[in-house]
Design a protein. Structure first.
Length: 368
């Protein structure tokens, strides 16, 4: 989501110059690749660009091809085989095949409008993009994109048809598997390839604390483009460190962050009674991750307190509570501890253990 925001900001900044531009988007990856499906860059005819589709290996060639797409005003697909020495003169060595869709941005800028929809609300978004087509229908021409409203369950801008029903069924499959995927619709005469991109809601971080060690957590979470809520003593907080915080809740009032299944909670008040009260509230929420600062002995004391209150923490709740919290990286300073905790949050949400990649026997990314 952060890359989409950067692309849109760059588009709005440069658009006033009157330059034409194109979007380059990774729509299929077979094997290994530095970036996965959904990676984007926007290219202006002058050669300026924002975003990325690789680790820097493909951007130069994609830039030139995007300029050609702008000149022709025609979308196209370019396939890069990164396992070979390529004609662009770079030995990429990623050992994968990457399809990149180059789409000129027209005056109506429908693809830009769809991206703007994706950043307007914190929710799951679905974008359907046509990557190959022999259909005469303009709705299904190469490069066309459609937004799927996950609440209304409709594909916006697409008339009812057998193909629409087929795409809708595949969208449900993507939502169920929680993973983007490419599909093909085939009949005797028709061939249509399309990519369904799932863009999940931003992570939401709810911090309960107002001491100096909350600031490194805020900084790292902000760089990761997480939505941040903070509960604390407003008079105690330093405003210059809060630019990434979207919502601030005074701890002496009843209002608290809205917590959902994409929310991570960190209890860092450094006060036993306050942490107990905050845990009593957050344990009733949908948060899949709740961090409690402090040693294991302190959390044992917290568990005993819940037993005394007549509401012992059950096994399901204990799985959600990380205490001590963070990955074991030898963290010592507040900044290192913040990095350790934010890394564990990502690990928890992605279902990964957080070990060293050099010890991993399987591919880094899941193969589609």
């Amino acid at each position: 989501m952060k890359e989409i925001k950067s692309i849109l900001q760059f588009f709005n900044d440069v658009q006033s110059s009157g330059e034409q531009c194109a979007l380059a988007q990774v729509v299929r990856v077979e094997g290994s690749s530095y970036r996965r499906e959904g990676a984007r860059m926007i290219v202006f005819e002058s050669g300026t660009f924002e975003g990325g589709i690789s680790g820097g290996c493909l951007e130069g060639d994609a830039l030139k091809r995007s300029q050609l797409a702008i000149l022709k005003q025609e979308p196209s697909i370019i396939t890069y085989d990164t396992s070979k020495e390529m004609e662009i003169g770079i030995g990429l060595g990623c050992n994968g095949i990457i399809d990149v869709l180059l789409t000129p941005i027209t005056d109506d800028a429908e693809n830009i409008k769809i991206l703007e929809k994706c950043i307007s609300q914190r929710r799951t978004h679905i974008i359907v993009t046509i990557t190959e087509s022999n259909l005469a229908d303009e709705a299904f021409k190469l490069g066309r994109s459609f937004y799927y409203d996950t609440d209304k369950k409709i594909i916006e801008g697409l008339a009812s048809s057998e193909i629409k029903n087929y795409i809708s069924d595949k969208i449900e499959q993507v939502l169920e598997q929680n993973s983007s995927k490419s599909f093909a619709f085939k009949s005797k005469e028709d061939l249509l390839h399309f990519h369904i991109e799932l863009i999940p809601a931003q992570y939401h971080l709810a911090i309960y604390g107002d001491n100096y060690d909350v600031y490194p957590v805020i900084q790292i979470a902000g760089l990761l483009d997480w939505e941040i809520s903070l509960v604390g003593n407003i008079q105690k907080l330093k405003k210059e460190h809060l630019k990434f915080v979207k919502n601030i809740y005074p701890k002496n009032l009843q209002d608290r962050p809205k917590i959902d299944e994409r929310t991570a909670v960190i209890l860092m008040a450094h006060d036993f009674k306050t942490d107990i009260e905050n845990l009593k509230t957050t344990i009733l929420s949908d948060a899949p991750y709740i961090a409690s600062l402090g040693p294991k002995k302190r959390f044992e004391k917290m568990k005993n307190k819940f037993v005394e209150m007549g509401c012992p923490l059950n096994d399901q709740n204990l799985l959600r509570i990380h205490a001590p919290c963070g990955l074991e990286i030898g963290a010592d300073s507040p900044e290192e501890i913040a990095l350790s905790i934010c890394s564990e949050i990502i690990s928890s949400f992605t279902g990964k253990e957080g070990g060293m990649l050099r010890k991993k026997m399987d591919p880094i990314h899941d193969r589609l």
